[in-house]
Ligand binder design. Structure first.
Ligand SMILES: Cc1cc2nc3c(=O)[nH]c(=O)nc-3n(C[C@H](O)[C@H](O)[C@H](O)COP(=O)(O)OP(=O)(O)OC[C@H]3O[C@@H](n4cnc5c(N)ncnc54)[C@H](O)[C@@H]3O)c2cc1C
Length: 391
């Protein structure tokens, strides 16, 4: 078997892996991205992103939208499942709807790294000064970007899928026929979010271009199928969605920041994105934390100048904390059922609460500044990259 060599092997070509790969490749490192899927590939996801995602990745909106869905969102309809919702309009673009099969493919192609697609990681061996992966790829540095079930996270000791408190969600995305589009009452510029009565999860409906994405996620996995089926039925009987919308949803799990005990760094290796358990606790948004962790990891790698010991990579963990807070800070406080019930019934009917707390703070993170763009990083000398990124 011929051996392939690279400076950095990134396992996983999702938003975390491709964002990291692009910066490292542009800075002159030889990067190889390994992914078990061929691209374009689907990813179970609502496909909602906020403008900072596009800005931090320097995505030209017009260029992206030429051949792909980029649905501008200017407001939200929000409420409790079964109750009358409230509309919030911003009169400006506050989010976008994308399709993950298109978005992830675009980012991975644009990264400019070498790709080995359709190849799962099946073996990891530590060698002097690096790694031997799949008995054929030698790399000085290994980056785990393989999502929630990332094999590199397992290698670092994560009890993936067992000893962890993860969010589970189910979703379906389909192209509507012309007749279905006429019977869909969800406005493309105003997606709909509906909380479960116990506030332990929420359902969504996103109408993007000709596509409809419907799903529901919950903190506790018990009765997820029951909750999501009831949600779908309610959307149909209230004529929000066509009554012949598909009823088979696809499930996936992921960790919220603060719920994860995963080790993020060791000698010659680090984790980014869902592999590191970084999704925002209140909304479950994971794409922005995934790309930001990819950029922060890349900055750390460049600043390390070849010292990939855990001490050389420690800046990455520090910068995640600066960005997202100490993990303990974001752990949601247990809320008594009665309080949840009160919150659900009363607060979600108040306009100020839905707009300023639920949407502005929890979903849009409107106070969270951009981290510097990838371009700003690579144009600065490597040692300045990390500082400029965290400014
Ligand atoms: C139902 C649902 C809805 C969601 N909706 C949203 C949303 O609207 N907005 C948002 O911001 N976030 C959302 N999220 C979260 C978001 O999808 C993730 O946080 C995001 O995809 C993380 O990106 P990533 O690059 O870390 O991992 P991923 O996107 O999961 O990419 C990981 C890659 O690793 C590859 N891989 C896995 N195992 C191996 C292996 N053994 N060998 C090689 N390659 C491997 C996979 O093929 C995949 O391409 C949602 C999640 C779910 C479950």
């Amino acid at each position: 078997m011929t051996t392939e060599r690279c400076d950095v092997l990134i396992v996983g070509g999702g938003p975390a892996g491709s964002s990291c790969a692009r910066v490292l490749q542009q800075a002159g490192l030889d990067v190889l991205v390994l992914d078990k899927s061929g691209f374009p590939r689907d990813k179970v996801c609502a496909g909602w992103i906020t403008p900072p995602v596009l800005d931090e990745l320097e995505i030209d909106r017009a260029d992206y939208a030429r051949e792909r869905v980029l649905q501008p969102i200017t407001g939200f309809r929000l409420g409790l499942i079964g109750a009358v919702p409230l509309d919030t309009d911003y009169a400006r673009i506050v989010s976008y709807g994308i399709r993950r099969c298109e978005f992830d493919h675009y980012l991975l192609q644009r990264a400019g790294a070498r790709l080995s697609l359709g190849e799962a990681l099946h073996s990891i061996e530590r060698r002097a000064g690096g790694w031997l992966i799949n008995q054929r790829i030698e790399a000085a540095l290994l980056i785990g970007a393989g999502g929630h079930f990332c094999p590199v996270a397992r290698h670092l000791g994560a009890d993936v899928g067992r000893g962890e408190l993860s969010v589970t969600a189910r979703e379906i995305e389909f192209r509507m026929s012309d007749a279905q589009q006429r019977r869909c009452n969800v406005a493309p510029h105003r997606p709909e979010l509906y909380f479960c009565a116990d506030l332990k999860g929420y359902g969504w409906v996103f109408h993007k271009g000709a596509y409809l994405n419907i799903g529901l996620g919950r903190e506790d996995p018990q009765r997820l199928a029951e909750h999501s089926t009831a949600f779908l039925d309610w959307l149909k009987t209230t004529e929000r969605i066509p009554d012949d919308s598909p009823a088979v949803l696809h499930g996936h799990a992921y960790l919220l920041y603060g719920h994860s005990q995963r080790k993020l760094i060791d000698d010659g290796v680090l984790l980014i994105g869902d592999a590191a358990g970084l999704a925002y606790a209140q909304s479950g948004e994971g794409i922005r934390p995934a790309i930001e962790s990819g950029l922060l990891a890349a900055a750390t790698v460049l600043a390390a100048k070849g010292d990939y010991s855990s001490a050389g990579l420690a800046g990455y963990r520090d910068n995640l904390r600066k960005r997202f807070g100490a993990p303990g800070d974001t752990r949601p406080q247990p809320i008594a059922t009665t309080v949840r019930h009160y919150l659900g019934k009363r607060l979600l009917r108040k306009r100020w609460f839905t707009r300023h707390v639920v949407l502005d703070r929890w979903f849009l993170h409107s106070r969270q500044p951009l981290i510097a763009t990838a371009g700003a990083m690579t144009s600065a000398p490597a040692h300045q990259g990390l500082q400029s990124l965290m400014r």
